[in-house]
Write a protein that binds this ligand. Sequence first.
Ligand SMILES: [Ca+2]
Length: 192
Amino acid sequence: MKITNTLIGVAIVLMLAIGAGLWMTRRKDEPITAGVLRNIAPEATLTTSSTHPGFLKSNAILDAAIPTGYTWGITGGWNDGTQGVFPDWIELTWPVSMAISNVTITSVASGADGSSSLGTSGESLYCLRDFSIMGWVNGGWQTVVNVAGNTKGVTTHAFNVLVTSKLRVTVTDSPLHDWSRIAQIQVTGREA
Ligand SMILES: [Ca+2]
């Protein structure tokens, strides 16, 4: 009787060990879990080099869609706080590493006073003229996009997949050499 119990015990331990081994093997062979490719900007937190009072509505900047009735500076948008002084930057941080391949930046259209205008695909005096997009890689900023002389209110940038948890847009000049203005940032990516 004792021997039988011992044998049963050994058999159970063996079965558990084999089961665990199979489970571990299967886990090891599975591809790295990757999320769905999407706009991951709304999942980021936002920091900036400076902010003009009242001009940091991160929810609007990072929304998947610019809300109806959007009004620059009231509903949303980032305007830096150092007029005529560059660079200015805005940074998106995710809790995990992301594989990023595309960024769209929407600035503000040139309106009568810019107060009720939204970025368009056309020319804009309030766009970002000179800027770069960079990711934090191995303890330093790696530039993936460099733009000089832009005149468009909306710009889209595709690049080789960048794996990072921090993305920064650094502005080095605007057409009027005054402010850096961003209404929305969209980032195409998924978990790395
Ligand atoms: Ca500035």
